[in-house]
Design a protein around this ligand. Structure first.
Ligand SMILES: Cc1ncc(COP(=O)(O)O)c(C=O)c1O
Length: 396
């Protein structure tokens, strides 16, 4: 069947409605640009768009990634950001882009398990020498620096013991040899600390966590000065790790309530940590807000505004049966292999993130089979505390 244009319905239905009228209008919210490409009407326009670094193909650029990158740069106080398909996409692409065979990297021994595997498996294949150290020992870090040391890598606070990395001192050490300090801010978020302000050169966030906050999208970001971003961007395109428009749109949407969610989550975590410390069934509690936190002075210097983290961990008796019952008794917190959502979640490091770490090394770090890690949500603080307290009664 041919229509008025002289073409068939078979062809026309692909284009009908495809030209959006009024695109010059300003929608009240950023729409989701679910398109793999942007069309151009002439070769001259193709040339112009390419020259302006405009939108052509989805992997190269997409408006939803652009606006999310702007928002993350704003939060982290950086010149530019790249948006990736996941936190791991951000980390792996960045390391591949910035390091070369023969380079030496000093990495915090206490890092996220899959970051550890990237360091050993991916960088190992590239003949990059990664040395895992306790970054708390600054004299040892200084001693380990060699002419080929190109990077120090750390998380702001470690998982699950919440030990702090002294970013200012680490930046000073690595800058002496013109190397880079790369920092993972996932557990802390830019609401608690902006690592670039402490001398870091690159800051990474798993957007899958607190910044999106709704446990429904995966993404990652890198924020740095323009010359570093420009080095990483081509590798992101080649590795195929840029974020997709829909995830970027969801995360951008989630990000708009970050100021309402995360400071509340951090304040509730501090209250819960304090309450847990007073419970007779709790052996230890780890949270940087506590008066007896081992790095109290450093924490006071580093976290000055909205809190320190909505993550905490605590240890109870090493009794699997009772831990199971404790988890079953909890009304709010649920076990989930993620963190940063609006609902409180739990994990058990010994059977998850630290399963492959030998027991003696885990115990040296204070990680026992009785340890529970908590990602605090936006529930009412008293409700949450009361719920934990009633569930802990199982240890009587
Ligand atoms: C501290 C930290 N960094 C990086 C990642 C990786 O993020 P993604 O799962 O978005 O790849 C995670 C994931 O849990 C994490 O906890």
């Amino acid at each position: 069947m041919k229509d008025a244009t002289g073409y068939t319905r078979e062809s026309e239905i692909l284009y009908e409605g495809g030209r959006i009228p009024g695109l010059g209008l300003k929608p009240e919210t950023v729409p989701c640009f679910l398109t793999t490409a942007f069309v151009t009407d002439s070769l001259s326009e193709v040339q112009e768009v390419t020259k302006q670094k405009g939108y052509t193909y989805i992997r190269t650029a997409n408006p939803n990634r652009t606006v999310l990158a702007q928002a993350i740069s704003y939060l982290e106080g950086g010149a530019g950001s790249l948006i990736f398909s996941s936190g791991m996409g951000a980390i792996t692409t960045t390391l591949i882009a910035l390091l070369a065979p023969g380079d030496h990297v000093i990495c915090n021994a206490d890092i996220y398990g899959e970051t550890f595997e990237t360091m050993t498996k991916v960088l190992g294949k590239m003949s990059i020498d990664v040395e895992f150290m306790d970054l708390g020992d600054l004299a040892a870090v200084k001693k380990a620096i060699r002419p080929e040391t190109k990077m120090i890598y750390t998380e702001v606070i470690s998982n699950p013991t919440l030990a702090l990395a002294d970013l200012k001192s680490l930046a000073a050490i690595i800058h002496e040899t013109k190397g880079l300090l790369m920092v993972d801010n996932t557990f802390t978020t830019p609401l608690a600390i902006r690592p670039l302000d402490f001398g870091a050169d690159l800051v990474m966030n798993s957007l899958t966590k607190f910044l999106n906050g709704h446990s429904d999208a995966m993404g990652g970001s890198i924020t740095a000065k323009t010359e570093i971003i420009d080095k990483i961007k081509p590798f992101s395109m080649l590795c195929g790790t840029p974020g997709d428009p829909f995830s970027s749109w969801l995360i951008y949407r989630g990000l708009h309530t970050v100021e309402l969610r995360v400071p509340k989550q951090m304040a509730t975590a501090a209250k819960l940590a304090k309450a847990l410390q007073t419970n007779k069934h709790v052996i230890t509690v780890n949270h940087p807000s506590l008066a007896d936190y081992p790095q109290r002075q450093l924490a006071d210097e580093m976290f000055i505004d909205k809190g320190c983290s909505a993550m905490l961990s605590f240890c109870v008796a090493e009794d699997r049966e009772k831990i199971d019952k404790f988890m079953e008794r909890l009304h709010f917190a649920h076990y989930a292999p993620t963190l940063g959502g609006i609902r409180t979640s739990l994990s058990h490091p010994v059977t998850s993130s630290h399963y492959n770490v030998p027991d003696d090394i885990r115990r040296q770090r204070g990680i026992t089979p009785g340890m529970i890690r908590v990602s605090v949500g936006v529930e009412n603080a008293d409700d949450l505390i009361n719920d934990f307290m009633q569930a802990l009664e199982i240890f009587n």
